[in-house]
Design a protein around this ligand. Structure first.
Ligand code: SF4
Length: 322
């Protein structure tokens, strides 16, 4: 345990907003309600949201997570995750007569629709995002012949287009706002007539959590982000905290992963969580820090959030007739 004078004021600044966004809340509730309505097992393609704790908890209740629809028995119920799927996955599910519930976040669907619209007009689409991320695979699958992935600044040089006057950029919803602005500026140096998306693709929740972590990182020596290593928006929070002035920032799934030496010499800890993290995990970190002398806790609110999404219509219909 860290050794500091008992007179030192040690505090925790907790960012707000943090944790669950409307899309994650809806996706998790979708699996919970499906389990209640249809009983276990309910199959879920990929992790419903990128959080170890959430996935483990749903597994205990009877959800079965699979990588691909071919692992789901014919005719069974399968939920598609918040990150979205390509049309090929829908086709595969139909071929196997699966009953699908699509928990794709409406803000991811919005990007899919933009991709379809620009592809129909024969534009080249530059999709800024992380290679291999499920959301990017789903969006790119809407129009593979029109979309090329730009994985950050390093990806800009490799882009080639058919007509520099018919190029649009879109993005993954969970990127760093600042880094994406830089990537777009570089793309625009190459393609001055590059078209912007009709509205922000980086979603409100990602943006708000980045604004909120900046506000606490300026005053904290250490910023702890609760989130899983496969969570894009959580990893971005660590980077944004470091860019905003924190000396150190770490991603942890659980409070017991916090190493005591991280707290050596620290008087102010910043704390936040990714959009797929239930708040009970943040409360456990607060208790862990309190036991180490960081008893003063202050919430720093940067933006008020009130976004909510209705459950997927196919599930709502079945719940109504239950
Ligand atoms: S992070 Fe944004 S896009 Fe992803 S589920 Fe949440 S609201 Fe939707």
């Amino acid at each position: 345990m860290t050794t500091q004078s008992s007179t030192t004021r040690r505090r925790v600044l907790v960012a707000r907003p943090r944790g669950y966004c409307a899309g994650v809340d809806r996706a998790v509730q979708t699996v919970e309600k499906a389990l209640e309505r249809y009983g276990a097992p309910v199959y879920v393609r990929k992790q419903i949201v990128h959080n170890t704790h959430v996935v483990k908890t749903l597994e205990e209740r009877g959800a079965v997570f699979v990588e691909e629809t071919e692992e789901v028995p014919e005719g069974a119920i399968v939920v598609f995750s918040a990150h979205g799927v390509s049309p090929a996955v829908h086709e595969e599910a139909a071929k196997r007569s699966l009953r699908t519930i699509d928990a794709t976040c409406p803000l991811v669907t919005k990007v899919h629709n933009e991709a379809k619209r620009f592809a129909a007009k024969d534009y080249d689409i530059l999709l800024i995002g992380h290679e291999g991320h499920e959301e990017v695979e789903g969006t790119a699958g809407e129009a593979p012949e029109h979309i090329q992935l730009v994985d950050g600044l390093d990806g800009v040089a490799g882009v080639s287009v058919r007509d520099p006057n018919r190029v649009v950029w879109l993005s993954q919803t969970t990127l760093s706002v600042d880094e994406t602005t830089e990537t777009v500026a570089r793309l625009r140096e190459r393609f001055p007539n590059l078209i912007d998306p009709p509205s922000d693709d980086i979603c409100y929740a990602t943006q708000n959590r980045q604004v909120a972590v900046k506000a606490i990182a300026r005053e904290a020596q250490l910023v702890i982000v609760v989130g899983s290593t496969n969570s894009s928006n959580s990893k971005r929070l660590v980077e944004v905290a470091l860019d905003a002035g924190a000396d150190a920032s770490y991603l942890v799934d659980y409070a017991d992963q916090i190493r005591d030496e991280w707290l050596d010499g620290v008087t102010t800890v910043g704390l936040t969580s990714g959009a797929s993290v239930p708040d009970e995990l943040v409360q456990q970190v607060i208790a862990h820090l309190a036991a180490r002398g960081f008893g003063e806790v202050e919430e720093v609110e940067s933006v008020e959030e009130s976004v909510r999404f209705a459950l997927p219509h196919e599930l709502r219909k079945d719940l109504r007739t239950a």
